[in-house]
Design a protein around this ligand. Structure first.
Ligand code: PAF
Length: 282
């Protein structure tokens, strides 16, 4: 596995190795878990070569303490990538990614960035688009792999790719869960024992909500779920939204579309967890 950290090394690596070969990119912020490794394995299967980027992108953190405490176990990450069979790793510094005077393209996301993460994390998606577009410019992959846990981020990146346009196929990858149902996330590493016992209730409630959709209205499900969290001393609900999966606009009636996406953000102490589930209406 070749590891590069400067733009010069990256350019050299790409010109030496990727001629007439398909390249799959897995953009990450490190602190890798089984969910990331599933993305890496898919990229290996679907491309001649795979490259994983590890960069804790400061421009997408609206909360300085979240950035400061973001786990960064580089040695362990490199070992996991090597074991998975990843070909290349790009682990740059902030100065390499954003040299002085660097100006990012501006993207317009319409309804996609107005609610949920967009509303609760001001500037977050601008930062995500900034770093992902930069990685696409530098690496020029044929395919790029993103987890569906960040459902809104996926929609933003798909829109960004169309706007630029970037000749890259975005490959959505299913959420990987712990046996308890908890969606895998780098932030789970920061949960203490009590929070780890409480956190699976996020998915358990989402799952129950998905089973209620044939017999309950959207309003009833939202009311039920909010009450569950009101009575839960370990978890604080930030938002629970049921939306059109294409526009990400909140829906109020099941007849508005065939499928709805239910998205949730919850705090366990100061650790923010997100998750989602597709609601199939038949
Ligand atoms: O999902 C993430 O880990 C990050 O938002 C991404 C896509 C790597 C951009 O920093």
């Amino acid at each position: 596995m070749r590891i590069v950290s400067t733009l010069k090394e990256l350019a050299q690596l790409l010109s030496e190795c990727t001629k007439n070969k398909s390249l799959g990119l897995i953009p990450t912020m490190g602190a890798l878990h089984t969910g990331h490794i599933a993305l890496v394995k898919k990229a290996i299967d679907e491309n001649d070569l795979s490259i994983c980027s590890i960069f804790v992108n400061p421009t997408q953190f609206n909360n300085p303490s979240d950035l400061e405490k973001y786990p960064n176990p580089l040695e362990k990450d490199l070992l996991l990538l090597e074991q998975a069979g990843c070909d290349f790793v790009f682990a740059p510094t902030k100065e390499e990614v954003y040299p002085e005077g660097y100006v990012s393209k501006d993207f317009v996301f319409g309804t996609l960035d107005k609610g949920m993460e967009g509303a609760n994390r001001p500037g977050h998606f601008k930062g995500v688009a900034m770093v992902v577009s930069r990685l696409f410019e530098l690496i020029k992959p044929q395919k790029a792999y993103f987890g569906e846990k960040d459902f809104q981020q996926l929609a933003i990146i798909q829109s960004m790719v169309k706007q630029a346009p970037f000749p890259v196929e975005i490959v959505p990858c299913s959420i990987v869960r712990e046996a308890s149902g908890l969606a895998m996330s780098s932030r789970n590493m920061r949960l203490n024992k009590l929070q780890l016992t409480a956190a699976p209730r996020v998915y358990q409630r989402l799952f129950k909500a998905s089973k209620m959709c044939s017999s309950h209205s959207i309003f009833e499900i939202k009311t039920w779920l909010k009450n569950e969290f009101k009575n839960d001393v370990d978890l604080d609900l930030e938002y629970f939204e049921i939306s059109n999966p294409t526009t990400l606009q909140a829906t109020t009636n099941w007849s508005e579309c065939d499928r709805h996406i239910a998205c949730i953000a919850v705090f366990a102490g100061e650790i923010r967890l997100i998750d989602n589930i597709m609601l199939e209406i038949n």
